[in-house]
Ligand binder design. Structure first.
Ligand code: NAD
Length: 354
């Protein structure tokens, strides 16, 4: 198993170091894991003048899976758009054809009080958000800012999806639902946007191949509300790139902290890039206080989806459950009466639990 390790910026290197400790522990048990590290994002720009240096992309292409920290820092906000860290992320997702982004939002019972919602609203929560990752308004052409004849500036982005793009993400969502509670809720804005009217039509067609799965549809504005009002009504939610970006961050807060949420981004052959759902958190970078659990749980997803090794995935998930049950908390999930630990100490605790 060759893993490209891309720590990135901000808290990226701190949280990825904890996941690498987990990999080192698994290696001791005989798993044949090789890792190679390369810069991406702001670190890529500093090293090679490019947020996705050629060598980083080549390494990621050759690897069996990619482990990513996070990219971005406010200090790069004034760079031309193509040189900014986030562009490196969009390019690697597109370049590796990682069209399916899986973001589970699971609430650990011990963290119910860390959520800003009432415990009875969130306890037992287990949602899988399936977000399309390589299309939609984030990639559609034409795009840009131009000046009109009257001298006024105009910004343009284009929301577009082809039928085949919708169909393949639909199949991913239905396949996952078959292994869960067999419910798919497709999120769109079909009342206003033609792109998502097509989305809805294609989802209905895909559903014909999965008679055991119940398909429902919801407008994105209502979905944003329902996620807060009654989140446990959802099993699998499937949606496009921009709606999924927003809804998955919203769902993260149901679980107490975005620092708990892993993600997997897969291509058609289940090669994947694994990363926490959060960003580089420049506000807490370098302080050893970030929560590394989303990154460690992303490694569990790597074993499940790319290495087809459910046993190791469960082992990592259980180690995380154990440290949570034992009261270890980073600052973002700390509540009175629990044991506040640093990022590195949380990594050590997971390794010990393994
Ligand atoms: P963010 O997710 O980095 O941070 C949002 C808030 O959550 C901050 O208060 C931060 O301290 C906190 N937080 C995030 N991860 C945490 C963790 N593991 N433990 C504890 N607290 C955590 O989002 P932002 O502030 O909007 O963006 C910061 C930078 O990250 C920007 O440059 C943005 O473009 C980039 N970004 C990158 C990704 C990615 O790499 N996938 C995703 C989102 C944002």
């Amino acid at each position: 198993m060759k893993i490209a390790v891309l720590p990135g910026d901000g808290i990226g290197p701190e949280i990825v170091a904890q996941a690498v400790k987990v990999l080192a522990r698994l290696r001791l048990d005989g798993l044949k894991i090789e890792t190679e590290t390369a810069p991406i994002g702001g670190a890529g720009y500093e090293a090679a003048g490019d947020p996705l240096p050629e060598a980083t992309f080549a390494l990621s292409q050759q690897a069996d899976a990619v482990l990513l920290g996070a990219v971005g820092d406010w200090k790069y906000d004034t760079l031309p758009r193509d040189s900014r860290p986030e562009r490196g992320l969009l390019r690697i997702r597109k370049g590796l054809n990682l069209f399916a982004n899986l973001r589970p939002a699971i609430l650990y019972p011990e963290l119910a009080s860390a959520s800003t919602l009432r415990p009875e609203v969130v306890s037992g929560l287990d949602i899988m958000i399936v977000r399309e990752l390589t299309g939609d308004i984030y990639f559609g052409q034409p795009r840009g800012i131009s000046t009109l004849e009257n001298g006024e500036r105009e910004g343009i982005n284009t929301m577009r999806y082809s039928e085949s793009e919708i169909r393949r993400i639909g199949r991913v969502a239905f396949d996952i639902a078959m292994k869960r509670d067999k419910k798919v809720c497709s999120i769109d804005k079909a009342n206003v946007l033609e792109t998502t009217e097509l989305w809805r039509q294609v989802m209905i067609e895909v559903a014909h191949d999965y008679p055991a799965v119940e398909l429902s549809h919801m407008y994105v504005d209502n979905a944003a509300m329902q996620l807060i009002r009654a989140p446990k009504q959802f099993d699998v939610m499937v949606t496009g790139n921009i709606f999924g970006d927003i809804l998955s961050d919203e769902a993260s807060m149901l679980t107490g902290s975005i620092g708990m949420l892993p993600s997997a981004s897969l291509d058609a052959n289940n090669k994947g890039m694994y990363e926490p759902s959060h960003g580089s958190a420049p506000d807490i970078a370098g302080k050893d206080i970030a929560n590394p659990l989303a990154t460690i749980l992303s490694v569990a997803m790597m074993f499940k989806y790319s290495f087809n090794d459910q046993g190791t995935a469960d082992r990592i998930d259980n180690a995380v459950k154990k440290v949570i049950a034992a009261g270890y908390r980073t600052a973002d999930i700390w509540t009175a009466g629990t044991n506040k630990v640093a990022c590195s100490a949380m990594g050590d605790a997971v390794v010990a639990a393994l």
